[in-house]
Ligand binder design. Structure first.
Ligand code: HEM
Length: 283
């Protein structure tokens, strides 16, 4: 008789249509909304597919977000390794999580985000103009979906926009599901080293914006440690990157399809590996 363990489906599920979630989620939502799956390392994890159950689980203090524990679910080895050492507040529970999260709340209000609207719209125009000048067919991911979120992060954190190529290169190494665990770990390390320098620079010479306020008002007054800030900046870079990149690429792809356009029009790598790996990394 087959081992019961071997009968569990492997997660992440394969996508039937690259731009849409695997149908297995909908099937389970209907037939077994709380079920088990098999992870890359053979361990088992619970999969919740209904909004109400997920909300309930997030509020259940018996569950933890601490990804440093053995067999914390991850979609592949590279992400499992990264999460073992990741110390940003999404990987922490209760007080350290809410204390750090609250410090960021004011930067994510509609009013504050609207202050960035003009500069982001200008960047979008610029990237679209560059695409038009190059002529088609073009890869939407390379030309718009990747450079825009990195630019956005630089604006949000008041980082030199000249740093965008380096940050893009390192964050892709960290998140791409094709990266080996070593390549991915090196990408994450380089980002930490980069932000350690940003903090040192800020301590030496006060500038403006989010990093300046976090260093001079919150680290200086003991609301947050320097190590917590380092990981918070790491989170802001990687958390805002793949999510936005995927929404731009898949959103465009689905819009083009819905309007009867061809897949090619949306860019050859839109439904490709980057989207899948990125989505899994942030989830
Ligand atoms: C379309 C774009 C985005 C999507 C779909 C998205 C999605 C999500 C999701 C699903 C979570 C919860 C993850 C979890 O608890 O494990 C999350 C958390 C978070 N996201 Fe985003 N995100 C987007 C853009 C951004 C951007 C641009 C930033 C910042 C630059 C950002 C920063 C964060 C932070 C700091 C958290 C942690 C909040 C907490 O733990 O309390 N996100 N995001």
């Amino acid at each position: 008789m087959a081992d019961k363990k071997e009968m569990l489906d492997r997660w992440p599920f394969e996508r039937e249509v690259p731009s849409l979630p695997p149908q297995e989620y909908a099937r389970r939502r209907e037939q077994c909304p709380i079920s088990k799956v098999r992870m890359w390392d053979g361990s088992e994890a619970w999969l919740l597919t209904r909004y109400a159950d997920i909300r309930k689980a997030f509020r259940d203090t018996r569950l933890s977000s601490d990804s440093s524990v053995d067999h914390f679910p991850a979609p592949n080895e590279a992400i499992a390794m990264a999460r073992k050492v990741q110390r940003d507040f999404t990987r922490l529970d209760s007080e350290p999580h809410s204390r750090q999260r609250n410090l960021l709340a004011k930067y994510f209000t509609i009013t504050h985000v609207n202050t960035m609207r003009e500069i982001i719209e200008k960047k979008v125009e610029e990237l679209l103009d560059e695409m038009e000048a190059k002529g088609g067919p073009l890869d939407l991911v390379e030309n718009l979906a990747l450079p825009l979120p990195i630019f956005l992060t630089c604006v949000l954190l008041n980082l030199p926009t000249d740093d965008t190529p380096y940050l893009l290169n390192r964050v892709v190494a960290w998140m791409n599901s094709d990266s080996t665990p070593d390549e991915s770990a090196k990408g994450a390390d380089d980002i930490i080293v980069y932000f350690a320098k940003v903090i040192e620079r800020e301590k030496a010479q006060r500038s403006e914006g989010m990093v300046a306020e976090l260093v001079h008002e919150h680290v200086a007054n003991g609301h947050i440690t320097e190590d917590e800030l380092l990981w918070m900046l790491h989170l802001l870079l990687v958390g805002g990157f793949d999510t936005a990149a995927i929404m731009i690429s898949l959103g465009t792809f689905n819009a083009v399809e819905a309007s009867g356009g061809s897949r090619k029009a949306a860019g050859k790598s839109v439904p490709g590996e980057f989207g899948r790996g990125g989505a899994a990394a942030h989830a």
